[in-house]
Design a protein around this ligand. Structure first.
Ligand SMILES: [Zn+2]
Length: 116
């Protein structure tokens, strides 16, 4: 991994996945005397505070990334719907129509919660 990427990871370290505490770093040296940045949770009571992992591994959060993608899709959909004046709910013959200010207010409230 190149130096700039490592610096970027260090400057944007996510909090501990277990307790949401700020992480700590240290530098180890490999057999070729190249620095290897290691990360741990700063809370020694936390399971992640008992181990040190390479910064690349600490910064990899596949479940969070997958959830964020789904959240982004939901936000985009609601944002699109917030521009509609009316929504027909149900298949075939619409069984319910959501319209106007109430509909938009509900969507905008939901969007506000999702964009925290
Ligand atoms: Zn922790």
């Amino acid at each position: 991994m190149d130096f700039d990427k490592i610096v970027d990871l260090i400057n944007n370290l996510p909090y501990c996945p277990f307790c949401n505490t700020e992480p700590v770093t240290k530098t180890n040296w490999d057999e070729n005397e190249r620095p290897k940045i290691m990360v741990s949770c700063s809370d020694e009571e936390c399971p992640a505070g008992q181990i040190w992992v390479p910064v690349e591994k600490w910064s990899t959060r596949p479940l969070e990334d997958a959830l964020q993608k789904k959240l982004d899709i939901a936000i985009d959909l609601l944002d699109e719907l917030s521009h509609w004046d009316m929504l027909w709910l149900g298949e075939g013959e619409p069984s319910l129509v959501a319209d106007g200010p109430f509909w938009k207010e509900q969507i905008n409230k939901t969007l506000k919660k999702l964009r925290v």
